[in-house]
Design a protein around this ligand. Structure first.
Ligand code: URA
Length: 479
C-alpha cells in the first residue's frame, strides 16, 4: 500500500501535492492511502514520499472539484483524503463525473461537504464569548466543539463581526485568537481552559428570551438546529425547557412585549459600521440566498438589526408580494409580515380569495431600520440608497421564485421592484410591466391602513386595498 502522511488534519495543500505526484506515478486509489497526524500506518503500508512529478506532467481539475475538496478536507471522517483521491483519479478518465449526482463517491463527497458547511454555520450561530480581565485588559473567550474542523474557516467571520474585541475561541482542534490587529491560530485546547459564566450570559438570556417566538415553536426543528451537543456551552439553553413548557401561555403576551434594549457594552464591542458595496452574488437556491443575505454589508442597516429577514413561501410561486422592510417583530422572529401589518395583510388576502401560503412574501429591504425611543424601536423608512443596496437580493429572489405577478405594498416596495419611484395613490391597481414582461401591481402598504385616524376612512381604504388584491387574483386566474 502506498501511503502519504500529511502535515496536519486539514493539510489540503499537502494532499494536493502528494495526490499530483501519486497520479503521476500511476498509484491507483485501491493501493493508496493518506494518513494524518499521529494515526499509525498499517504493517504493510509504505510511507515513502512520492517521487517528484516528472516535467511535462499535467493535471486538469474542474473548479467544482477544488471547491468540494476544500469542504471535504475539513470533515472528521478518517478516509476523507482517500475519497478525494479516488474522485481525482476517476476525474482523469470520467470528465463529467461530478455531474452524476447518483454516483456513490460523488454523493458521499457532496454529503460530507454539506455536513461541513452545516458545522460552519452552527459555529457562527452558537459560539458564546465570556469576558475575563487579563494583563491586556478585556478578553473575550469562547469554548466550542465544532462537529467538523471548521475553526480556521469560520474565524474570519468572527474577526469581521467582533473587530473591536480581543477574543479567543478554544476548540479541541485548535484555538483562534484575534488581538485587534492579527488573527492567529494555536494548539488544541481543553474545556477547563475556558472561563465559566459571567454577566454577559445575562445578555444572551435576555436576548434569546426576547427573540424566542412561542407561536413558531417546533421542538424537533429546534433540536436539529441547535443540537444538544451545543447546549452545554449556551447560556440560553438553560431557558429552553421552561420556555417550551410556557410557550402557550406566552403566545398571547408576545405581541405586547417590546424588544429589550441591547447590552450596551456588548454592542459597543461589536464591529463598527462596515459598508461593502461588492455586487450581490446570485445564490442558486432560496435557502442559499437566505443564508447569504445574513452576511450582507452593502449598507449600514445590518448593524442595528437582529438578523436579515428573507422572503418566505413555496420555492416556486405564481405570486410574489413585496413589502417595505421587516418591522420589530419580523426582525426578532426572522419571518416577514408576522406583526400587526402582517395581520392586516393576512385578513385582506383571505377576503380577496388569495392564499398567502401560495405566495412568496418578502420585503424590498432585508434589515429592520429603526431608531430607539425608550424601550421601543421605532420604524424608520429606508432611504433610496438602502433600497438600491438591497435590490440585488430582491432580483435574486425573483429569479428563483419566478412569479407570474408581483404585488408591491407601498412606495418603498415599488421602488425596490421597479427601480424608480411611482405615486402609489395615483398608480395603485394598474399593472406596470418589468423588462422581462412580468406584471407588477402596486397598492398601498397595510400599515397605511393602521395609521388612518378615523374608522370611516379606514373601512373605505380597507375595501380599496382588498379590491386591489382581488385584481391581483383576477390577473393570476386569467393571465
Ligand atoms: N412591514 C413590511 O413592509 N414588511 C414586513 O415584513 C413587516 C412590516
Amino acid at each position: 500500500m502506498r501511503c502519504v502522511r500529511l502535515a496536519s488534519e486539514t493539510d489540503l495543500e499537502g494532499w494536493r501535492e502528494a495526490a499530483r505526484a501519486l497520479l503521476a506515478e500511476g498509484s491507483p486509489p485501491s493501493n493508496t492511502c493518506f494518513l494524518t497526524g499521529t494515526a499509525p500506518g498499517g504493517l504493510f503500508e509504505d510511507e515513502a514520499p512520492p517521487a517528484p512529478v516528472p516535467a511535462g506532467f499535467s493535471l486538469s481539475v474542474p473548479r467544482a472539484f477544488l471547491d468540494l475538496a476544500e469542504q471535504v478536507a475539513l470533515h472528521r471522517s478518517v478516509d476523507r483524503f482517500d475519497l478525494l483521491y479516488r474522485l481525482l483519479w476517476r476525474l482523469q478518465r470520467e470528465r463529467t463525473l461530478l455531474h452524476i449526482v447518483s454516483d456513490r463517491d460523488v454523493a458521499d463527497a457532496t454529503e460530507r461537504a454539506k455536513n461541513v458547511s452545516r458545522a460552519a454555520h452552527k459555529m457562527k450561530a452558537f459560539v458564546r464569548f465570556r469576558r475575563i480581565e487579563d494583563e491586556g485588559g478585556e478578553h473575550w473567550i469562547a469554548w466550542f466543539e465544532p462537529a467538523h474542523r471548521v475553526l480556521e474557516r469560520t474565524a474570519p467571520f468572527f474577526q469581521r463581526r467582533f473587530t473591536t474585541m480581543r477574543w479567543t475561541i478554544l476548540t479541541p482542534d485548535g484555538t483562534a485568537h484575534w488581538d485587534l490587529e492579527r488573527l492567529s491560530f494555536g494548539p488544541a485546547a481543553t474545556k477547563d481552559q475556558a472561563p465559566e459564566g459571567d454577566d454577559v450570559e445575562e445578555f444572551w438570556k435576555t436576548y434569546y428570551a426576547s427573540t424566542f417566538n412561542p407561536a413558531r415553536l417546533k421542538t424537533k426543528m429546534m433540536q436539529s438546529e441547535m443540537p444538544r451537543r451545543y447546549w452545554a456551552n449556551l447560556p440560553e439553553a438553560a431557558l429552553i425547557p421552561g420556555m417550551i413548557r410556557e410557550a402557550e401561555a406566552r403566545l398571547g403576551a408576545m405581541v405586547a412585549t417590546p424588544a429589550s434594549p441591547a447590552n450596551a457594552r456588548l454592542m459597543k464591542a461589536v464591529a463598527p459600521v462596515v459598508v461593502r458595496p461588492e455586487p450581490v452574488l446570485a445564490p442558486d437556491s432560496l435557502p442559499a440566498l437566505s443564508e447569504a443575505v445574513q452576511g450582507c454589508r452593502r449598507c449600514p442597516l445590518w448593524r442595528d438589526a437582529t438578523q436579515a429577514v428573507c422572503g418566505k413561501g413555496p420555492e416556486r410561486a405564481d405570486l410574489m408580494i413585496v413589502g417595505e422592510q421587516p418591522g420589530d417583530q419580523e426582525d426578532l422572529s426572522g419571518q416577514p409580515f408576522v406583526g400587526p401589518a402582517g395581520q392586516v395583510l393576512d385578513a385582506a388576502l383571505a377576503e380577496a380569495g388569495l392564499d398567502r401560503e401560495r405566495a412568496w412574501v418578502t420585503n424590498a429591504v432585508k434589515h429592520f431600520k429603526h431608531e430607539p425611543r425608550g424601550k421601543r424601536r421605532l420604524h424608520k423608512t429606508p432611504d433610496a440608497g438602502e433600497v438600491e443596496a438591497c435590490r440585488g437580493w430582491l432580483d435574486a429572489e425573483r429569479a428563483l421564485v419566478k412569479p407570474r405577478l408581483i404585488v408591491t405594498l407601498g412606495a418603498t416596495a415599488a421602488l425596490g421592484v421597479l427601480g424608480h419611484k411611482i405615486a402609489v395613490t395615483k398608480d395603485r391597481g394598474r399593472p406596470i410591466r418589468l423588462e422581462d414582461g412580468t406584471p407588477v401591481l402596486p397598492t398601498v402598504h397595510p400599515s397605511y391602513l393602521l395609521r388612518l385616524p378615523d374608522e370611516a376612512t379606514r373601512t373605505a381604504e380597507r375595501i380599496r386595498f382588498i379590491d386591489d388584491l382581488r385584481a391581483a387574483r383576477w390577473m393570476l386566474d386569467t393571465v
